[in-house]
Write a protein that binds this ligand. Structure first.
Ligand code: HEM
Length: 417
């Protein structure tokens, strides 16, 4: 009798995963006619899942820990030990409140206006140069804005270096080998630097505004009744800065989408504000960022009529779940009319995780992300005149995370002439 959870062919799928990247899980699900299969990756048994009911298993029940669920180097590069993502249960929920209060407790207006100010300043340079590459340009704007938003004194950080380090963490998260080790060493150095700044802040040797995120983190009382150690406070500060800068990738994709859908570019340029957020959400749904989320079961569970033990490793396919034709007909096309939204907190739309952000590991940064992307779209369509010359915008699907290798080159005209 056939199991309802088929086994993928071959003893171990590590090489296929590296070769197929974003498409690895969906290729096999399509072939096997299923939403879940078992295989081995790095010789470890893994249950690979996609689709709405898999998402509701994965999120919302405190069933999966992120510990031991990603290659250790990826985890350390993106989140590191002691971070909110490495916690479970009550300790997680408590620490998560720190992020929710900062990121969804009030609208992200301050971050957006800092972003716009730094964008307009940079725009003058882009115009003077006649052209720019939008991915690296956005990253730098975001780093300036994020550092100012965070609240540590401007003269305590070299922003170009910081940008390089934060971008490197994301660009190299899917790598193995020497590049990854170099990246881990750079991350460790940044952590130590921020740790020292936090110690100085606590001693009153440097100042930050009372309502600045860095002050909030530094004062936060954790679930054990104590302030965070300087080391963990630094890790969580990086957990704000790194993903804000990562929005640069979504800005790149937004500009690519505007280029691909000139009718939307024109409509939004003409003032259709109500379509900006739905357009942004469709960009987040269709373009590739996080391929999968890994979890390890904290308790036994069932899937497809089969029982799995506590400790079972699961990989949930974010990318293909967002492009599920059963939920989104014509799934690869951008149709802002369908307007999926992070506000729904359900299990169908998961560019940055799914479910209830207070209870599970869903990303707390979605409101901020969508707001910054919306602002970038307003700036691109209404504030700037630019042309996109012919260039290679292919995205290799086995690079994690992927993007066009050369970003997006744009040619600018001074709109005041
Ligand atoms: C968690 C994606 C932006 C802070 C996550 C998760 C994903 C994600 C997939 C993991 C969910 C899980 O483990 O189940 C993204 C993407 C972003 C982004 C693609 C676009 C740039 C942000 C921003 C912030 C942020 C702007 C904060 C300023 C976090 C934190 C977590 C997280 C702190 C850990 C939450 C937890 O474990 O409870 N994000 N995120 N992210 N994100 Fe984001």
């Amino acid at each position: 009798k056939h199991s309802q959870v088929p086994q993928a062919s071959g003893f171990d799928s590590t090489l296929s995963f590296l070769r197929e990247g974003y498409d690895f899980i969906s290729n096999r699900c399509d072939d096997l006619g299923t939403d879940g299969f078992e295989t081995r990756v790095m010789l470890r048994s893994v249950l690979c899942l996609r689709g709405e009911s898999a998402v509701s298993l994965f999120y919302g029940q405190d069933l999966f820990t992120r510990k031991g669920a990603m290659p250790p180097s990826t985890l350390r590069l993106l989140q590191d030990k002691g971070s909110v993502q490495s916690l479970d249960g009550e300790a997680h929920r408590h620490r998560k409140r720190m992020f929710s209060q900062l990121l969804v407790g009030t609208p992200p207006d301050r971050m957006v206006s800092l972003f716009e100010r730094h964008w307009r300043k940079a725009e003058e340079i882009w115009i003077a140069n006649g052209e720019t590459e939008l991915f690296s340009a956005s990253n730098l704007v975001l780093t300036h804005a994020a550092w100012e938003w965070g609240g540590l004194p401007a003269d305590t950080m070299d922003i170009d270096d910081l940008c390089d380090q934060l971008v490197g963490m994301v660009e190299n998260a899917g790598r193995i080998g020497p590049r990854m080790w170099r990246e881990l060493a750079r991350r460790a150095a940044l952590e130590r630097r921020l740790e020292r700044l936090i110690v100085q802040l606590r001693k009153g040797e440097i100042k930050a505004a009372d309502d600045a995120p860095v002050s909030f983190i530094t004062r936060w009382i954790d679930s054990d009744g104590n302030e965070l150690s300087a080391k963990v406070a630094a890790v969580e500060l990086i957990n704000l800065l790194r993903p804000i800068v990562a929005i640069g990738r979504w800005i790149l994709f937004s500009a690519m989408a505007l280029h691909r859908y000139p009718q939307w570019q024109i409509r939004i340029a003409a003032g259709a504000d109500e379509w900006i957020e739905p357009f942004v959400e469709e960009v987040r749904r269709t373009y590739p960022f996080f391929p999968v989320i890994g979890g390890r079961a904290l308790r036994p569970f069932s899937w497809g009529g089969k029982r799995f033990d506590s400790g079972q490793w699961v990989m949930l396919d974010l990318f293909s779940t967002n492009r599920d034709a059963r939920i989104y007909p014509d799934p690869l096309a951008i149709h802002p009319e369908r307007a999926p939204s992070w506000r729904d907190q359900d299990f169908r739309f998961m560019p940055q995780g799914a479910g209830d952000l207070r209870k599970d590991h869903r990303c707390p940064g979605e409101w901020l992300t969508v707001s910054i992307m919306s602002s970038a779209i307003r700036l691109l369509t209404r504030d700037m005149r630019y042309q996109v010359d012919d260039q290679n915008l292919d995205m290799p699907m086995n690079r994690l995370p992927t993007r066009p290798k050369g970003g997006l080159r744009i040619r600018l005209a001074d709109h005041t002439i």
